[in-house]
Design a protein. Sequence first.
Lengths: 276, 273
Amino acid sequence: MSMDEETIFRVSITSVLALLFVTYSAAYGPLYVIAIALFMVAFILIMIISFADFVLFPIFTKMLKITTIPAKDYTIPKENDGIVKYVNGLYYATGYVTANIYNYVFQAEQMVEGEETEMAQGPDKWEKAVMNIKFPFKFVAIGQAVDIQKYRDDLEGRRAYIEFQYSKSESAPNVSTTVLEDLKRRMRVLQVRIDRLGAGERPMSSTMYIETTAVGITMNDATNKLTQQVDQLQTVFNVFDLNLMRVVGREMYSLYKLNYYLPTMNELISEFQFQK
Amino acid sequence: MNKNFYFLIFIGFLSATFICAIIISVLPPGYALIAIVIMMLGLLFDVIAASTRFYAYYFMPFIRRKNGMVTLNDEPPFYVTASGNAIIVREDENIYASVFIKIPVYLSSTEMSDEEKLNFSRSFSKMITINSRYPMKLASQLYYLNKDEYIRRISAKLNEVEDKYNKLKSDKTTPDKLLERAEGELAMWHNLFDGVNKSPSQNQMAYAMVSAPGANEEEAVAIAMQRAEEIAAGAGSIFGVSASIATGDEMLVFVEPEYSIPPATISELMKKE
């Protein structure tokens, strides 16, 4: 779970305001326990809405039986797990699955060795996956390069810090070979990344997902087939060791809009909770 | 509605929450039940204020909903420019143009050495980070081919060959060898026609998409086109292919679901199921 500054700002303000209510203990008298319980409920709701709204929103639309019309001929059923287009007497249901594969480039903080081997296996895995899929889908990567100098400075800073830790650990009275090996490994990974920058690769900010469409003669038929397709995609793309989650609710609507135009990268990043 | 308006909604609900808190603070003792009711109201406003972070766009349509239908937009999601090489979207007060670039990469990993595979993966990384000024979408799409035109051509050819065969057959002077040859040709076209109808054909295509905002449609399209040409040149040099701007139906395959599953293929899909 990651937080952007705007979300933190809003969560702080709303939480402080909610807390304000329980500070007037005298006003509630014997009902103070109820006031505390209400505060807790409100606080939990604020947290869920701000950091995991994809859990709450489909429940909300299901309970109130709300269908959303995102555009002419399009419908988001109350389950909020697909977008259905009605055209020529047929229903086309489209769904989305998260699929960030860029652990091996610059996004992930954890340092992984053997990235090159994984990259070399990528084309084979991709072909095998595509051969097993017999329905339309698209694998989408939206990216933008970030400031190369800033990124290089960051990497070099981290390498220098690890080098310092290494020399400190080496001169310690009880030298632990495990710690030294781990530090060496981290230095190697950082060096590989710095070398890649030198070779012309650029750090990036990205969002990746898979989109698939199923067709049916009724809306239910189309959405049921869509669920089958999404399940199959999750199975097939598992070979890439990805976090394959079906996208629902507001983020699904945002991904649907990305078919038509791309806003700035900052706007994109602030839209997604489980994609960053 | 723009972001400032959404922020005003947030401030509005926060103020309402704050007013509720002030009312409770000035309530004399002995009004516990009223205090709880006001607190509930205040917390409701507070939760709504928190929800404006992501759901401000949903508020007004939700209030105006009819029969459980919340209409966010009753217009088509985009329209195609007269030149057919870009799509236009109106979002809030902005106009965006998006252009699609076809990247015909016809390489198979079975024909690559380990080093070539690694280089290909790196090319993919390079392609995504080709620019730092604006985001770009890079996609690989598997879709059903619209075989209408292909089937029509085969069907026309089949009719032509059938006519020719019937004529030859009715002519008693036709040499056996010629008739045999016409029969073979007819069988070939029949087989082709039957085969093409048996299962839907799929195609995989890589494409890139770039968007640009503009004060008007022309400006947005001009900027998006310029970006698309930069991307096409970059894709050409990275993958060694001739990338080009998609137009008309080939562009709509990347956008509209009914173009990736053409109605002509649906009966075949149903039969298969």
